[in-house]
Design a protein around this ligand. Structure first.
Ligand code: HEC
Length: 156
């Protein structure tokens, strides 16, 4: 009996922490992201972004798929660079890290509400969103930080 009571207490504490909006694993939930104008200054996770992982996500068709819309000379060995968005060569010389984090999280807030660039860290609730993506973000918080670390290497 003693044992069962202990488990209930532990669960209760976790549920309380969760409902109080405390980020248990140090991850900011999409609904809790704070924009300061177009910038998001605070990292989404406690773990520093990994530029090597970000580079892979950048060209991964099922994840970032950034190459579908952006030219990037750093990935000249990869085919099919789209030209819908501006080239990202030297992008870190044009934008600060906080600005780029904002663009990645939700380009509609950070760039323009008409942009076709997807919001990579916002919850999709639209009627035309496929069931498996409903309520989910395209990228995870850590993947945003990884791509951001990679973008910061693109200097002119
Ligand atoms: C469906 C096309 C599309 C995809 C996919 C896309 N973008 Fe974009 N992006 C755009 C467009 C279009 C713009 C220009 C903003 C506008 O709409 O006026 C843009 C702008 C940007 C900018 C600002 C660049 C500048 O010089 O002003 C950055 C940075 C950026 N995108 C990064 C990314 C990254 C990183 C990814 C992948 C995670 C990505 N984009 C995926 C279409 C896309």
């Amino acid at each position: 009996m003693k044992h069962a009571k202990k488990i209930v207490t532990v669960c209760g504490a976790v549920v309380m922490a969760w409902s109080a909006g405390i980020a248990i694993a140090g991850v900011t939930k999409p609904g809790d992201v704070k924009f300061d104008d177009t910038k998001v200054t605070a990292p989404l996770t406690n773990e520093a972004g990994d530029a090597a992982k970000g580079k892979l996500l950048f060209s991964n068709r099922k994840k970032g798929n950034c190459l579908a819309c952006h030219v990037n000379k750093d990935l000249a060995d990869k085919p099919f660079h789209g030209e819908i968005g501006p080239p990202l060569d030297g992008v870190a010389s044009r934008y600060s890290a906080s600005e780029m984090r904002g663009i990645l999280i939700n380009a509609k807030v950070a760039l323009s509400d008409e942009t076709i660039m997807p919001g990579f860290y916002m919850v999709n609730t639209g009627a035309r969103v496929a069931k498996k993506f409903k309520g989910k973000t395209i990228l995870s918080a850590q993947q945003i930080e990884d791509i951001l670390a990679y973008l910061q290497t693109l200097k002119e």
